[in-house]
Design a protein around this ligand. Structure first.
Ligand code: ADP
Length: 374
C-alpha cells in the first residue's frame, strides 16, 4: 500500500468572532435606522438632503409629489440649477435663511408650498417643503370676502353720510344731539371701510412700482398733518438727521408714517410732545421714528398691536376715532419695503414706534422735487 499523499495546506485564518453583545447592538442600530428612514419616507412633507454644492443626496417620496423630484433620476443632480428662476430657486441659491411661505410648487402653480432650509452638520442642508394649498385657499377666501364686503358697504355709506351732512341741526334742534351722533358714527364706519380696503390692497398686491421718495418734503408734510390734527394741543418736533431718501412707494410710505403720527397725536394727552425723526443708523439702515410722551403701552400688549382690531383699550380707541386697523396697515406697508416695525413703550411715559429700512433702500437725497410731494 502506498501511503496516501500528504497534501500540506496552510491552516485557514480563523474568522473574527464578534462578541454576541456587539452583534445585537449592530442589529438593533440597523433596525432603528430602517424605522427612521421609513418614518421620513412616510412623511407627507417633502424632505431633501442637499450637500454644500446643492446636489441632492437623499429625498423622500413626497419630494416627488411636491417638488417633482424622483429617485434615482434626480439623485446627485444640482437642485439650485433645476429650480432656475422659479420662486424657490433664488431663495435656495442665496442660502434660504428665512423660511419661504406661500410660493407655487415648481411643477404645478395650483399647489402652494411653505419651505425651510435647515443646516445639517457643517456641509449639508435639509430642505423641507409642506403643502399649504388648503390654508392658502382659505386665506384667499377671507381676503376676497373682506374686500368684497368693504366694496359693497362703501357706496351706501357714502350716500347715508351725504344725506346726514345735508341735514341742518338748526332745523330740528330737538334732534341735534342724535344727528351729531349719527354723523360721527357714519364717519367712523366710512373710515373702517376705507382702512379695510387699504389693507386688502396691500395684502393682495404682489409688487409695486418703486420710485425715489424724497424724505425732506414727506417729513414736512407729516409735520403739517400732525399740527393740523393736534390743533395746538401738542408740541410737534421734526428731526431730519439724514441726507438719505428712500426707494419705495410714496403713497404707502406716507400712509404708514401718517398712521404712526396720528396714533401719537391720538394717544398723547394735551401738553405732550410728538417727535418725528429720520436718521441713518451706524449699521447703514434707515430709521423713521415717532416718539411721543403719551399714555404708553403695557409690555404684554406690544407683540399683538399690529393684529387687526387689536386695541389696548377699545373704549379709548373708539372715543378717539381709532379703527383698530392703523398698525396692521403700517405693518403691511413696511413689509412691502422689507422694513420692520420696532415698538418700545413705558406706561405713563410715552412710546416710540420705529420703522427700520434696509440700507439698500436708502438713496442719496435729491434736491426737493415738488412733483413727489404727497
Ligand atoms: P387704533 O385705530 O385703535 O389706533 P391701531 O392699529 O393704530 O388702532 O393701534 C392699535 C392700538 O395700539 C391702539 O388701539 C392703541 O391702544 C395702541 N397704540 C397705538 N399707537 C399708540 C401710541 N402712540 N401710544 C399708545 N398706544 C398706542
Amino acid at each position: 500500500m502506498y501511503p496516501s499523499p500528504v497534501v500540506k495546506t496552510s491552516p485557514a485564518a480563523p474568522a473574527p468572532v464578534r462578541p454576541v453583545a456587539d452583534v445585537r447592538r449592530v442589529r438593533r442600530l440597523a433596525a432603528q435606522f430602517r424605522a427612521l428612514r421609513d418614518a421620513v419616507a412616510a412623511l407627507p412633507d417633502a424632505v431633501v438632503l442637499l450637500d454644500d454644492a446643492c446636489r441632492i443626496l437623499w429625498l423622500n417620496p413626497a419630494a416627488g409629489t411636491l417638488l417633482g423630484l424622483t429617485r434615482p433620476e434626480h439623485l446627485y443632480t444640482d437642485l439650485c440649477q433645476q429650480l432656475g428662476d422659479s420662486a424657490i430657486g433664488p431663495w435656495l441659491r442665496t442660502g434660504g435663511d428665512a423660511p419661504l411661505d406661500d410660493v407655487p410648487a415648481p411643477h404645478d402653480a395650483q399647489v402652494r408650498l411653505a419651505l425651510s432650509l435647515i443646516p445639517v452638520g457643517a456641509r449639508q442642508r435639509l430642505l423641507l417643503a409642506r403643502d399649504i394649498s388648503t390654508r392658502a385657499r382659505l386665506e384667499q377666501m377671507r381676503r376676497d370676502f373682506v374686500a368684497n364686503v368693504s366694496h359693497e358697504l362703501r357706496t351706501p355709506l357714502t350716500v347715508i353720510h351725504g344725506y346726514l351732512e345735508l341735514l341742518d341741526p338748526e332745523d330740528v334742534p330737538q334732534l341735534a344731539g342724535v344727528l351729531g351722533d349719527m354723523r360721527g358714527q357714519s364717519k367712523r364706519m366710512a373710515q373702517i371701510v376705507e382702512d379695510l380696503l387699504t389693507l386688502s390692497r396691500l395684502e393682495t398686491q404682489s409688487g409695486f412700482s418703486e420710485e425715489p421718495v424724497a424724505m425732506a418734503p414727506l417729513l414736512a408734510t407729516l409735520r403739517r398733518e400732525a399740527e393740523v390734527l393736534s390743533q395746538g394741543r401738542h408740541r410737534v418736533i421734526l428731526e431730519n438727521e439724514s441726507e438719505a431718501d428712500l426707494l419705495g412707494s410714496l403713497k404707502d410710505l406716507h400712509s404708514a408714517f401718517s398712521n404712526l403720527v396720528s396714533n401719537a397725536e391720538r394717544y398723547t394727552p394735551s401738553g405732550g410732545s410728538i417727535r418725528i425723526r429720520w436718521e441713518r443708523l451706524a449699521d447703514g439702515r434707515g430709521a423713521f421714528s415717532v416718539i411721543d410722551t403719551g399714555y404708553g403701552i403695557p409690555a404684554h400688549h406690544i407683540s399683538r398691536l399690529t393684529e387687526r382690531f387689536y386695541r389696548v383699550s377699545s373704549s379709548r380707541s373708539r372715543e378717539l376715532g381709532g379703527t383698530g386697523l392703523g398698525l396692521s396697515i403700517v405693518k403691511h406697508a413696511l413689509g412691502m419695503h422689507q422694513a420692520q416695525i420696532q415698538i418700545s413703550s413705558e406706561p405713563g411715559q410715552g412710546s416710540t414706534f420705529t420703522a427700520l429700512f434696509p440700507g439698500e433702500r436708502l438713496l442719496p437725497a435729491r434736491a426737493a422735487d415738488p412733483g413727489v410731494q404727497p
